[in-house]
Design a protein around this ligand. Structure first.
Ligand SMILES: [Ca+2]
Length: 107
C-alpha cells in the first residue's frame, strides 16, 4: 500500500469543483473510489488515501464552470503526492478538467 495525498485550495466558486480517483487500466477505469464535492469557498482541503500497489490510478478534477479554480474567482490550486513525491502541482486554470495518471500504468 502507498500513500496518495490530495491538497486542494478552492476558489470562491467551490460548488463547481469536484474530483474523483479511479483505478483500472489506462483505457478502462471502472471503480469510483472517491467523489468529493463537500468543499467550502477559498479553503484548503487535504485528503489521504492508502492505495494498493500494482494498480493504475486516474485522478480527475472537474470544474462545472469550465474555467478551472484560478484565477477569475480567487486563487485556487491543487497538489497531488504519491509515495512522497509530488505528482502534480497545478492552478487548474481556464479548463473544465485535468487528468493525472499514476501508479502502475504500464500495459
Ligand atoms: Ca470554476
Amino acid at each position: 500500500m502507498s500513500l496518495f495525498e490530495i491538497e486542494l485550495h478552492t476558489d470562491f466558486n467551490y460548488r463547481e469543483t469536484a474530483y474523483i480517483v479511479q483505478s483500472g487500466t489506462p483505457v478502462s477505469f471502472v471503480s469510483k473510489d472517491i467523489v468529493k464535492t463537500c468543499f467550502d469557498a477559498e479553503d484548503l482541503f487535504t485528503e489521504y488515501k492508502c492505495l494498493a500497489d500494482n494498480k493504475c490510478y486516474r485522478f480527475t478534477i472537474t470544474d462545472l464552470g469550465g474555467d478551472g479554480i484560478c484565477c477569475n474567482h480567487g486563487n485556487g490550486w491543487y497538489k497531488l503526492r504519491y509515495k512522497g513525491a509530488v505528482l502534480k502541482d497545478s492552478i487548474f486554470e481556464e479548463s473544465a478538467n485535468e487528468v493525472t495518471l499514476f501508479g502502475d500504468c504500464k500495459q
